[in-house]
Design a protein around this ligand. Sequence first.
Ligand code: GDP
Length: 595
Amino acid sequence: MTNQQVVQIPPAIVVGDLAELLGVSGIDVIKELMKNGVMATITQVVDFDTAAVVAADLGFAPEEQGAAAPEETDETEEAAAAAPRTLRIVEQGEGLEVRPPVVTVLGHVDHGKTTLLDRIRETNVVSGEAGGITQHIGAYQAKAPDGRTITFIDTPGHEAFSKMRARGAMVTDVAIIVVAADDGVMPQTREAIDHVRAAGVPMVVAINKIDANNANVDRVKQQLTEVGLVPEEYGGDQLVNPVSALKGEGIGELLESVQLLTDLEELTARPAQNAIGVVLEAQTDRHRGVVATVLVQTGTLRQGDTLLAGLSYGRVKAMTLATGERVTEAGPSTPVEILGLSEVPPAGERFVVRKNEKEARAEAEERRRALEAGAVDKTGVTLDTLFGEIRQGNVKDFNLVLKTDVQGSIDPLVQSLQDLSVEEVNVKVIHASVGSITESDVQLAVASAGVIIAFNVPTEPGAERLAKQERVEIREYQIIYTILEDVEKAVKGMLAPIYKEVQDATIEVRQVFRLGRRNAIAGAYVREGTAVRNSQCRVMRGNQLVHEGRIESLKRIDEDAREVAAGLECGIMVTNFTDFEEGDTILTFHQEQVR
Ligand code: GDP
């Protein structure tokens, strides 16, 4: 991995151009993208992060062309950088149309996520013409007060959210954080907020249960301020909506807030192309075979299309909306339940459309072989791989999930860790809390390409298994100092050292003595500095560089000298150089490591 060729990649690049840039075939690039969960055609545009992952996988050292200077990065860029391996397709060009936002609901247990989702489904669902029976298929579409559509993922919670992200599938455009007005911000609320932040997804807070006896909306707003979500009344810009999921109060306003956020985002897709999307959930039904709910992200999915989703493939035999309505087409942001896949794909798996079943099967089989041969790399990160990625310039944010045994160690530790940031690498604690390491922590680490730091806490067996499987590193510590030392090593020690050239002496060539054809001695005068034997040097003729080499021999009145000071004459031989002319200047210099 040492002699990697550096490639400059623009912030967005067409797949075909990327192939050309890397000198590989378009198919190779598309295959690499696929391995990373991105289905893109040769004419599609991918962003730098995505292109960089492909380039790195193909053995290049990618660099962003015209990358913004660090001081120019704003919060959204920081948020995007926090998710270096969240691959996404940047769509450009013709045929783009606005698509509905996709919303996920997160928050502490029992704060009313399910009730809220049920309430929105019941009262605002886009009812089908056939008036079918509303069913739970894992997602549904609802109408906002202005008649526009919003898609809701019907599985609340950050586990599902980060699990999707961990597979490289970013489906959520807006997160609703539910906080019960009678309970306030709780540990899982904080956790949910951290997961959403790490994903760089905008959020709306729904303060729920405002009908409850001991509801205290102001107290919740105060607590939100403490976790950095400052409501407008407190001078911030966090959208906060008081609601009662039970009574159906404030729901319209909540949906308006969601739209307000997405109107800033300009969510678009290209309905005219073949569908690309994500599997939200799937299971086998005794009568119907594999039943999968998929979310179309771009393009239009049609009954009869042949899908390929990981190792699973098949022709779409039937499509049903959450309203129970049978459809033959589903456009961008539409969740549909489909029948016809060969096996159950995991949630978060991407799907694409293939020409026919034969082609899809062949590809699925090739993937299975690659998987069995262990050729498909997991995206897991360890401190060691981070070193490599940092060196390649792939990582700007060094993401850490920190778990400790007592609350008291969190603040000082977070502060000390973040203080280890250097210009090129930002140490970022994306989540810090008390308690053992859970699956949710691991999901967050996978999704954000981060490392988990366990300070005096155990790892739950499920989390341990998942971490192994996803190759997430959990580093256990008993002493704060060693944590800091290790992270510092990762950030600083492993960065490529930077050298600076330091000028030592300016020497004038006053006379040239030739000794046969192969040797020449410059009779010289040290004008400035000290000439030192063996030092690096450049022979200059005027402004022109004539030769670069080393001072091979240095003589002072026929005696070998180690140094000759300014104001003295000397005889100099330079390695591999005999063409001295009177009036040449020899500049000597050395490299100094600045870091
Ligand atoms: P989840 O764990 O976040 O999905 O919470 P649930 O939706 O299951 O709700 C937990 C409990 O809170 C249930 O007993 C709900 O009836 C109750 N609940 C949910 N929303 C409201 C509300 O707006 N007001 C009141 N008073 N109770 C609510």
